[in-house]
Design a protein around this ligand. Structure first.
Ligand code: ARG
Length: 587
């Protein structure tokens, strides 16, 4: 289905003879008292054409010809145009929406190939609370892109190569506790890593031993290779357990080690193309002077003024690094999947890394990089109540598995309190859906670039903008149909719709917005706008439900209200599903 803004924009464009690229924006009205949609197109055009904005607006209103869609088109303020939709038109569109398997989401102009690099934890370390944001954001973006109709490759770029393996190997050979390893491999690997790295700092000779282990691994020593593979296997096993709980899947897991044998060529090419050069024994990329200082990612300003801030692609000890690996990875992805966009979902602290890496890549492959949009989708931190990074009471980082356990436990207590007679198995299942959903929703709801405070009571509350609130809205709607079935009535979708009551019309309009919201979520990579839309939808539904009896109404009105309920419930379920959140049938 074409969206309402798109329909109105076409008519507006024709009315002002503006075929060009000037965006004639039609947006949802900020205040529904003045209309349903609004546009500042008249002001924009007036500026371009050196005319009076109100005069342009007047011309638009006279010529736009939207009587079939709008009951009113009015000029406000300096030249804003407000559109109010006709109830019968809304009614006809909602009918169309009801029968649309895409729930009103327009087909994309072109199917895009999108690679999403997300989660990407480091091997031999437990996933902690910091990994949740990348995992959940990336998963949601992938779901939304697929729903819209794009082709997505979900790539888990795990950190399975690097200097940490020197210490891990040394620890494995000298202090490994096999019993602990069997119980909790990641915990034990983390312990040996921490132990060795502490000793590297304090004890003579340990660092050299660790380096030696690393050199052995890098030169293909069979024993070390086997141990390294075992560490990856054990880690992957635990990552998969978390992904299973979160309902997250990947198409490929190509970790850093996959690109290892390409790194030398990357550095050689960058050198021969004179993109990188030697500096203090390292190979680095510097500013090429083509940009203003403020925009140049290879310059930094300090007290003394601007100075170089190069990106290292080969350290003075001859080792390639994160940047080199990411350059090889990017080249591989473009060659392999020819994507239109590559999305990297990581912490905001990696902004400089990605800006530099993208810039180097564009210099290296100007032609192929012009075909692909490179997006670093970054996010802020999760904070505790004290406003500091979220930690356990004893000050340790919180492991993701423990966090999910706690979410389910807390939710189980709530479910049990509400439904003491329900079988435990069912209570556990509901608690899983609510608990995991609550954590995900609390993570997706805030603007991703800000920090947010982790708060159990808030995220598990049935009041406010939370997952349980939305899940409960769904459950309440479904309970209407359950009551119907219990009374022996068979209901099937397909009856006509009559939107008469203002609350019915408001709900209809709200339902029609889904198709406008979703494509925008992908444009600026912000699932929080979908979360907020679903909250508005649930509120609009509740207002309708308060104002309009459903089960107690009669005849065609009753049938029509069932239809509205059914579409609303499907939309809440679909929308939550796109955030990676399930819905229970009872709670
Ligand atoms: N392993 C990295 C980390 O934990 C994230 C990798 C993100 N992806 C990438 N292509 N650099 O910080």
């Amino acid at each position: 289905m074409e969206t309402i803004p798109s329909i109105l924009e076409k008519r507006l464009r024709a009315a002002v003879d503006e075929p060009g690229d000037t965006p004639l924006l039609i947006a949802s009205a900020t205040d529904s008292r003045f209309g349903d949609y609004q546009s500042n197109a008249a002001m924009l055009l007036a500026k371009q054409r050196r005319m009076n904005p109100r005069a342009v607006a007047q011309q638009i209103v006279e010529r736009i010809g939207v009587e079939d869609i709008c009951s009113g088109v009015e000029i406000a303020g300096a030249g804003f145009i407000n559109f109010r939709l006709r109830a019968d038109w809304v009614q006809a569109r909602v009918l169309q929406l009801r029968d649309d398997p895409r729930l009103g989401v327009p087909e994309p102009a072109r199917t895009l190939g999108i690679v999403i690099d997300f989660s990407s934890p480091n091997v031999a370390k437990p996933m902690h609370v910091g990994h949740i944001r990348s995992t959940i954001l990336g998963d949601s973006l992938a779901r939304i892109a697929e729903y819209i109709g794009h082709k997505v490759v979900r790539d888990n770029h795990i950190g399975d190569w690097g200097t940490q393996f020197g210490m891990l190997l040394l620890g494995w050979k000298t202090i490994l506790d096999r019993v602990a390893l069997a119980q909790d491999p990641l915990l034990e690997m983390e312990r040996i890593y921490k132990d060795v790295s502490a000793r590297c700092r304090g004890e003579e000779g340990v660092l050299e031993k660790a380096r030696h282990e690393l050199v052995l691994l890098q030169s293909g020593d069979l024993e070390n290779l086997a141990l390294w593979k075992e560490m990856i296997r054990l880690s992957q096993f635990q990552f998969d357990a978390i992904y299973g709980r979160l309902g997250v899947r990947f198409d490929v897991t190509l970790g850093e080690s996959f690109y290892n044998d390409q790194l030398k060529a990357v550095v050689d090419e960058l050198r021969s193309l004179e993109i990188a050069k030697e500096s203090d024994g390292a190979i680095c990329v510097f500013s090429d002077g083509s940009l203003a200082q403020e925009q140049d990612v290879f310059l930094i300003k300090d007290k003394e003024g601007w100075r170089d801030n190069p990106a290292i692609v080969l350290k003075s000890d001859g080792a390639a690094n994160y940047t080199t690996t990411d350059l090889a990875t990017l080249q591989y992805r473009i060659q392999t999947w020819k994507p239109d966009e590559i999305i990297y979902v990581t912490d905001g602290r990696q902004q400089l890394h990605f800006r530099q890496m993208f810039t180097i890549f564009r210099r290296w492959h100007p032609a192929s990089s012009a075909q692909v949009k490179l997006s670093h989708v970054w996010f802020g931190s999760i904070l505790g109540d004290d406003g500091k990074p979220f930690k356990t009471r004893s000050g340790e980082t919180i492991r993701l598995a423990d966090l999910l356990d706690e979410a389910q436990e807390r939710s189980f207590a709530q479910v049990s309190e509400r439904n003491p007679a329900m079988a435990e198995e069912e209570r556990r299942e509901i608690a899983r859906i609510i608990g995991i959903g609550a954590v995900k929703y609390a993570d997706l709801l805030p603007h991703r670039q800000g920090d947010y405070v982790f708060n159990w009571d808030r995220m598990l509350s049935f009041q406010g903008n939370t997952a349980p609130y939305l899940q409960n809205a769904y459950v309440r709607i479904r309970s209407i149909f359950r009551k119907l079935a219990e009374a022996g009535e068979i209901w099937e979708a397909g009856s006509p719709l009559i939107l008469e009551h203002p609350a019915e019309i408001a709900l209809g309009k709200r339902l029609l917005e889904f198709g406008e919201v979703l494509p925008n979520v992908l444009l600026d990579h912000r699932p929080n706008t979908l979360a907020n839309y679903l909250y508005e939808l649930a509120n609009t539904f509740h207002a309708f439900y308060e104002a309009c009896p459903v089960l107690k109404s009669e005849g065609t009105q009753r049938q029509s209200r069932f239809e509205l309920c059914d579409v609303a419930s499907r939309m809440i379920k679909t929308g939550l599903g796109l955030l990676g959140i399930e819905v229970p049938e009872r709670m």
